[in-house]
Design a protein around this ligand. Structure first.
Ligand SMILES: *[C@@H]1O[C@H](CO)[C@@H](O)[C@H](O)[C@H]1NC(C)=O
Ligand SMILES: *[C@@H]1O[C@H](CO)[C@@H](O)[C@H](O)[C@H]1NC(C)=O
Ligand SMILES: *[C@@H]1O[C@H](CO)[C@@H](O)[C@H](O)[C@H]1NC(C)=O
Ligand SMILES: *[C@@H]1O[C@H](CO)[C@@H](O)[C@H](O)[C@H]1NC(C)=O
Length: 380
């Protein structure tokens, strides 16, 4: 890492680092998880399963998300441990609508705020987990992100470190883009689609749900056990380049030089199709502020875990969640305590003084850091 903490603390001023070509960047966010700052990281509260009929419920519970000794853990647990297996399977109303400002269900789509077990013949989301986002605290445009993380080990676990657009400037997903820095699977390295020795980085973009072109901007990195140690998952994002790296900037994973518009990359013609990025620069939709999302999902029917390879559920089954949970004896023994947790040691974001914004504001070039404080710091 390019900047020196000791010097910073001594003078308390300025946090410059350099990109590989020598551009100055200033530190805009730093969380080393001395505390669990829920003002920065807001829990999503939903049973909606990411829109992919995933098997987790995202809740705010210190059994599933907690900070200890400078590490943030997102750890999956079983709902049956809380409400009993019979209730997971039938006749139990799980209502997370909430009432106080911090309790409100964050996504009702896909029966996200209330489900009754047995309705439609399906169990409740049998896994409890967490998904955290900075949508209400930290949004930024252009910069460098480094998240130091240890991936979870355990069959059918799906950790992700990613970013979503603050204002949906170009419309609903995927027209306003999505930046996936890291996602992986907790299955063993022998798992054909890729296990915990492999991760992917992806830009999602397109003109609608059915015309999505992520495969043109997707890359995987294989060959390191991501669960053995903490590794840096990095992103460099500016007007002419979006790319990710592993541990060191020179170790590039995804590389997207932006030398044409994303519209021209679709290959679609107008008419009949409309360009959702009409009037914007070549790098639209990646020319707007995004916020960070960190979560641990499980399973789902979207194809991230393709049918076959020992998968106990079928993506086309109307009762995929039951098939998954009825096979608990096959997978639960692979979830061993905190090794099944996504662990985060630090999150850092640097921004470009000339072109970046944070929470809608331009960057002040003189960034003064108060050496007495810990936790995140802002450039404005
Ligand atoms: C927690 O995050 C907020 C930003 O949402 C920040 O203003 C505050 O300084 C942070 N607190 C600590 C203790 O780091
Ligand atoms: C949090 O999760 C634990 C473990 O499942 C459970 O025992 C506890 O009841 C939950 N707390 C709340 C407030 O739901
Ligand atoms: C954008 O990032 C690339 C890759 O690091 C770099 O070569 C380029 O100079 C950057 N552009 C700006 C404006 O800093
Ligand atoms: C534009 O970038 C792509 C990679 O995204 C590269 O394959 C292509 O050669 C580049 N085209 C030009 C004209 O530089």
């Amino acid at each position: 890492m390019a900047f020196c903490r000791l010097v910073l603390l001594a003078i308390g001023v300025c946090c410059l680092t350099k990109t590989s070509n020598g551009d100055d960047l200033v530190l805009a966010l730093e969380d080393e998880f001395k505390t669990f700052n829920l003002s920065l990281w807001k829990h999503e509260l939903t049973l909606s399963g990411g829109g992919n009929w995933e098997f987790e419920a995202y809740l705010n519970n210190r059994s599933n998300s907690y900070v200890r000794d400078g590490v943030l853990y997102i750890k999956p647990t079983l709902l049956e441990d809380q409400i009993g297996l019979a209730n997971v399977k039938d006749g139990f109303d799980m209502n997370i609508w909430g009432g106080s400002p911090a309790d409100l269900c964050t996504q009702n789509e896909f029966y996200g705020c209330e489900r009754t077990s047995g309705a439609g013949g399906n169990y409740l989301n049998p896994i409890k987990s967490a998904r955290l986002r900075t949508a209400e605290s930290f949004n930024f445009k252009y910069g460098k992100v480094e998240v130091k993380a240890k991936a979870p080990k355990g069959d059918w676990l799906w950790p992700a470190i990613w970013m979503l657009p603050r204002h949906q400037q170009y419309g609903m997903w995927p027209t306003s883009g999505e930046i996936d820095i890291m996602e992986s699977r907790g299955n063993p390295p022998s798992y054909p689609p890729g296990g915990y020795n492999s991760f992917g980085s992806t830009l999602h973009w397109g003109i609608d749900y059915f015309h999505e072109f992520f495969s043109k901007t997707h890359a995987t990195k294989t060959g390191t056990d991501l669960t053995a140690d903490f590794h840096v998952y990095g992103l460099i994002w500016n007007e002419t380049y979006i790319g990710t790296y592993f541990d060191d900037e020179s170790n590039v994973v995804l590389s997207v030089p932006i030398n044409q518009s994303f519209w021209s990359m679709t290959g679609l013609k107008s008419p009949p199709w409309d360009n959702p990025w009409v009037g914007a620069g070549n790098n639209a939709p990646f020319d707007q502020e995004f916020y960070l999302v960190i979560n641990l999902a499980c399973g789902g029917t979207v194809g991230y875990f393709p049918d076959g390879n020992g998968k106990p559920w079928s993506d086309t089954s109307p009762h995929a969640v039951n098939e998954f949970y009825d096979a608990k004896a096959q997978w639960y023994s692979t979830w061993e305590g905190e090794s099944s947790a996504l662990q985060i040691e630090s999150v850092k974001v640097w921004v470009y003084p000339s072109i970046s914004t944070v929470n809608g504001h331009p960057i002040k070039t003189e960034f003064v850091r108060d050496p007495a404080t810990t936790g995140p710091h802002y450039s404005n």
